[in-house]
Design a protein around this ligand. Sequence first.
Ligand code: NAD
Length: 365
Amino acid sequence: MKKIEINIPGNKYPVFIGQNAFDSLTKVLRSKKMYKSIFLIVDSAIMNLHREDITRFTSNYAGKVCIYEYFAKEHHKNFESLQKIFHNLLDKEFGKDTVIIAVGGGITGDIAGFSASSFMRGVSYVQVATTLLAAVDSSVGGKTGINFNETKNTIGSIYQPEFVLVDTAFLRTLPEEEVICGIGEILKYAFLIDQKFFTVLKNNFSKLHKVEHTFITKVIETCILFKGDVVAQDEKENGLRKILNFGHTFAHAIEIEQNHQIKHGQAVTVGILCALDLSRRLGFLEEKLHSEMIKLPLMLRDKIRVKKFDTEKIYDIMKRDKKSRDQKIKFVLLNDYGKLIVDAEATREEVFQSITKGMSHFLPY
Ligand SMILES: NC(=O)c1ccc[n+]([C@@H]2O[C@H](COP(=O)([O-])OP(=O)(O)OC[C@H]3O[C@@H](n4cnc5c(N)ncnc54)[C@H](O)[C@@H]3O)[C@@H](O)[C@H]2O)c1
């Protein structure tokens, strides 16, 4: 099992990556002296597909342990689900000594982390990532939250887990659509890290798509190392951390405008193409480099579909985004591989054109 340390000042924690890493959950809890009451929030899909693994853990755990099944859908990442979790915790008499363990993808991790940050004014929690997207991104960094009032992740907190487990064996049961979602977030890192990583991904795209074990493990490590380093430098997103939102201002608005018929990771791919187009349109990105860069996200062209879209609505939702200030949308744009521009602004017309360009790649033929 590989171990990566996330060195956030005052909040250090390890990420364990490996095939069957979940089998080590009890051992890691013990090593961290977390002999507490365990409340597992488990994605119901994981419960159905990996019941044996989950119950092996609960049957062998010496202390109080309870499983709460959560139906992980974007429209369930809301107050109602949060309330149900709190009711359950209180009904089962969980208190301040609770450890909440999220077992699932980004949706489960976000709501479980937020429950942990607010239950009894904060209890410990652990992330067990079961999707590719959670493995490369959402399980690390401590962003937790729920959607509210037609805006993504508006209510939440930054609250770091005690540790993260990425068990690559879980990834074997992922449907292709979810692999595509994970690739969406990996593509973001292709632009954030460097040209070498971009080229490795482009040249090995079929290994990525097939979730080839050795290759995917290396990719997960690369993404987590990069994200961990960024978050360690700017946990509260006052500066550097903003780069991790590359493509996301567009993506969050597209998800809502498309009524969640497009998933987060898919919307990120579309959002990246919008952001690359806007970078070119504003003169940050050279024409030739732009043509080279769009080749990678366009490898997913046949795997993602958007329905007829309302550019005006996407634009209005972007203005409501929590990163907008004074009704001005702030973009993360690109100058070169690994060279980001944060807080960029553009005219309504420029943004409209980039939304149209990015979305049009994915309209049905
Ligand atoms: N907190 C952060 O830093 C951060 C970063 C990126 C994304 N996010 C959030 O993450 C969410 C998206 O995460 P996601 O793509 O992991 O979605 P998800 O949690 O919905 O999981 C995707 C789907 O896969 C199923 N699933 C999970 N693991 C499985 C497995 N091993 N085998 C088969 N099916 C499985 C789930 O039931 C679900 O239907 C969004 O809400 C997004 O806003 C958060």
